[in-house]
Design a protein around this ligand. Structure first.
Ligand SMILES: Cc1cc2nc3c(=O)[nH]c(=O)nc-3n(C[C@H](O)[C@H](O)[C@H](O)COP(=O)(O)OP(=O)(O)OC[C@H]3O[C@@H](n4cnc5c(N)ncnc54)[C@H](O)[C@@H]3O)c2cc1C
Length: 382
């Protein structure tokens, strides 16, 4: 494996830096209008949907260039690439891979143009890790499906215009043969303003709302909104989950977090001296840096596989697991530096209340351990 970048890739890095110098919002955090201007500049540059194929409206960029783009953006604390992270990270790629030409024409331009917001309906009140046991049902009635059931922990459902959801159209959850439940899952694309959808926000620890419980009472959606064939949703969800985990498992966000911690250590004091001068603090920061570097290299390993034509898969579980520990260690370290100030709700403090979500969302650490042990190490099944 060669970790060096080619002259063309380094030239692309310079282009990204020049773009950032010209367009990075001045505000910290940027105002909504600054974010809109930023997204507009990104769209004009063609960098929203950077690695999507050109025929899908994307930039047609390479995966290494996308890696460089994200790395540079994170290093300077830039806002995200586009306004709809779920749509861009996994719904759009799922539509590109499984959608009809009509579905691509209908959904992708809005997604790239920031005119739709997607949420994801997998988890249910009794179903999380064992996603294939999902119970929310869709029955066929003429040319529509009628959906009944409930989804929970649905991030951004209260703001979303569409839900990318998995429903049960067949199969037998109680069968001892696991294939019976996997085969009965179907993916539907449902407008969130459909009659019969009820959204109940769930406040999180810091008092804000990011996720919801969503109830479906006789919600009708045309069969034309099915993504892929009936009963083949499990293949759609596996790939979408790998794309979700590959986003969560990127090291870039932690690079920025580490910079914030270094700044915090500079501002805080320990025994009357700046905390940054304390050997234990310096050792902790160096340990974080080492783990982040390892994540970056593991990310490049996954990228190398993708360049060879593989889809992102189990290797993203390694970084998601490392990140789970790192989240825990880095946020506790930050609260330690803040001392008694940690009890007052500020930006850092609410971040520390929210990291548990990043650890659980997209699959818990135990589930990543199962994946690593079974599919990477070849150990017996759970
Ligand atoms: C911030 C956040 C955002 C989320 N956003 C969404 C969203 O947008 N859409 C959505 O559909 N879902 C979302 N989720 C839900 C998330 O995917 C689930 O919470 C997660 O998959 C775990 O499911 P569960 O909560 O039902 O826990 P369970 O599956 O009930 O797990 C409980 C505990 O048992 C352990 N466990 C379960 N099975 C095994 C096993 N086989 N081996 C070992 N240990 C096991 C787990 O590791 C965990 O510790 C979100 C969650 C969070 C925290």
């Amino acid at each position: 494996m060669d970790f060096h970048f080619t002259p063309e890739e380094n030239a692309f890095r310079d282009t990204v830096r020049a773009f950032i110098d010209e367009h990075l919002p001045a505000g910290s955090p940027p105002s909504p209008s600054e974010i809109e201007t930023w997204n507009q500049a990104l769209a004009e540059q063609g960098w929203i949907g950077f690695a999507w194929p050109k025929e899908a409206g994307g930039y047609g960029g390479g995966l290494i260039e996308q890696f460089i783009l994200k790395e540079e953006m994170a290093a300077c604390g830039a806002p995200p690439l586009g306004s709809d992270f779920m749509g861009l990270q996994w719904v759009g790629p799922a539509i590109i891979a499984n959608g009809t030409e009509k579905q691509k024409a209908r959904f992708l331009p809005d997604l790239l143009g920031g005119r739709s917001i997607w949420c994801t309906g997998y988890s249910e009140p009794d179903v999380g890790s064992d996603l294939a046991s999902l119970q929310c049902r869709a029955e066929c009635d003429g040319d529509t499906y009628v959906i009944n059931g409930s989804k929970i922990w649905t991030t951004l459902a209260h703001m979303a215009s569409w839900i990318f959801m998995m429903v049960r159209t067949g199969g037998d959850v109680s069968s001892p043969d696991p294939r019976a439940k996997y085969g009965g899952i179907t993916c539907l694309l449902v407008p969130m303003d459909s009659a019969g959808i009820e959204i109940h926000p769930i406040p999180n620890l810091s008092g804000t709302v990011s996720f919801n419980q969503v109830f479906f009472n006789d919600v009708r959606v045309p069969i034309a909104n099915r993504l892929g064939k009936e009963g083949q949703g499990w293949m759609v969800v596996l790939r979408a989950l790998a794309n979700e985990r590959s986003g969560i498992s990127e090291a870039t966000e932690k690079v920025r977090h580490l910079q914030e911690l270094i700044e915090l250590a500079r501002r805080s004091s320990k025994a009357g001296r700046p905390a940054l001068e304390d050997p234990a603090v310096r050792r902790a920061l160096a340990r974080f840096q080492a783990k982040i570097s390892a994540m970056r290299l593991n990310g490049m390993r996954a990228l190398t596989k993708q360049l060879g034509g593989d889809v992102p898969s189990t290797e993203t579980s390694v970084n998601k697991l490392v990140r789970a520990d790192l989240e825990h260690e880095m946020w506790n370290f930050a609260m330690g530096l803040l001392g008694s100030e940690a009890q007052v709700l500020g930006e850092l403090q609410s971040g520390s209340l929210g990291y548990h979500g990043t650890v659980i969302g997209g699959g818990t650490p135990n589930i990543q351990r199962n994946i690593i042990s079974e599919r990477i190490l070849g150990l017996p099944k759970d």
